[in-house]
Design a protein around this ligand. Structure first.
Ligand SMILES: Cc1ncc(COP(=O)(O)O)c(C=O)c1O
Length: 385
């Protein structure tokens, strides 16, 4: 049976496009999750993930489940009822972490910033110091707004308070250089469908020895599926069954990580910055404006304000139906006010910037605007020279 699915250019907040090598790997015949070839592949995947996080933590692994499973693994293992947890909230994903910690019974203190603006590191430091803080959490690349968090001052404040520092790297992993161990980040989680350009379904996570010790000392054991001790049984040297690992997804991730390794993380990060700069350069002539100033912006996701008179649904539907391009809508208070463009992983290509700008121009013209499409393409091309 043919599924007859459209071939779309995925330029939204994820999933990002996958390469032919990743798609072929996913279609390979299955082996058992405890087969020696699978275990070797797992070793390789773990080895390839560590430098992307910038850690040498032994407990660095692709957890089954999407990025949110990675978040739950953090909460389940590192947060207990009554813990004071400080969460930076300047977008939807900070909100979600705060809610997950609340559901675990934590005493959550949020430090809020308007969607589209960065967290104030002084406000974070003050709130961290204001109580016996056990855990500090921030989102590195806020996909709902495109704001990049400066981790260093928050890491320093967490360290000064003796608190554990947990970072959501769902959108940043594989798209920019991370140096989490040097910064003193104790645990982090990600997803496969953003800058790794793999289908959604795995959550790369990493835990320091201090984090492993905290999990082992819990008053109540973690939920069975996310229990670090049991995960170590499978992903560590023992190789005991914990769950039936999603074999095909691990093939796909292994292939994606080989591509990242072959390119080199520094070159890959540069490619993301290069296309983001070109996209930004092209917006002005179209009459568009990025939500976040460049100094606080993520390279892999750009939220773009709609000019007055352009309807979100009609604009995005035009892109999807006429141009076969997927972009994201705004979330939370930004719904209807911005659209979100992801240039992530395999999708972070110069030709995609030009294709996207031309399509945005066409959609704007359809909405009655007068974009300078030629000017936008020329401005973007200028960035490539
Ligand atoms: C920053 C961030 N955190 C967490 C998540 C949740 O990941 P998932 O949707 O894969 O469960 C996302 C998904 O877009 C994200 O962008």
């Amino acid at each position: 049976m043919s599924l007859d699915l459209p071939e779309l250019l995925l330029l939204g907040p994820g999933p990002s496009p996958t390469s032919p090598a990743v798609r072929s790997a996913q279609a390979l015949p299955l082996v058992g999750h405890l087969d020696p070839t699978m275990l070797e592949l797992l070793d390789r995947v773990q080895e390839r993930l560590r430098p992307l996080f910038g850690v040498d933590h032994r407990l660095t692994l692709p957890l089954a489940g999407t990025g949110s499973a990675g978040m739950e693994a953090m909460v389940s293992n590192l947060i207990e009822a009554g813990d004071r947890v400080v969460v930076g909230v300047h977008g939807v994903f900070g909100q979600r972490f705060a809610e997950s910690a609340r559901r675990a019974g934590a005493d959550v203190a949020t430090v809020e910033a308007e969607f589209g603006t960065p967290l104030d590191p002084d406000a974070m430091a003050r709130t961290i110091a204001a109580g016996p803080t056990r855990t500090v959490v921030v989102v590195h690349a806020e996909t709902s707004t495109g704001v990049l968090t400066d981790l260093a001052p928050i890491a320093a404040a967490a360290r000064a308070a003796g608190a554990m520092f947990v970072v959501d790297c769902v959108t940043s992993l594989g798209g920019l250089e991370l140096d989490l161990q040097t910064l003193g980040v104790d645990a982090a989680f990600s997803g496969t469908q953003k800058c790794l350009s793999c289908p959604p379904g795995l959550a790369p996570v990493t835990f320091s020895e201090a984090a492993i010790e905290r999990a082992a000392a819990r008053r109540q054991p973690a939920p069975f599926y996310f229990d670090l001790g049991l995960l170590t049984g499978y992903f560590g040297s023992e190789r005991a069954y914990h769950y039936t690992a999603p074999v095909s997804m691990i093939y796909a991730l292994a292939a994606a990580l080989e591509e990242v390794h072959a390119e080199g993380l520094a070159a890959r990060a540069e490619r993301h910055r290069d296309v983001a700069a070109a996209l930004r350069a092209g917006l002005g002539p179209l009459g568009l404006e990025p939500l976040v100033p460049v100094e606080h912006a993520t390279p892999m996701l750009t939220a773009i304000r709609y000019p007055d008179g352009v309807d979100d649904r009609a604009f995005r539907s035009h892109l999807r139906m006429v141009h076969g391009i997927e972009v994201g809508g705004g979330l939370g208070p930004l719904a209807g006010r911005v659209f979100r463009v992801g240039l992530m992983g395999h999708g972070a290509r110069r030709e995609n910037v030009l294709t996207a700008l031309a399509a945005f121009g066409d959609a704007l013209q359809t909405a009655g605007m007068r974009p300078d499409i030629g000017g936008a393409l020329a401005a973007a091309r200028q960035e490539f020279t």
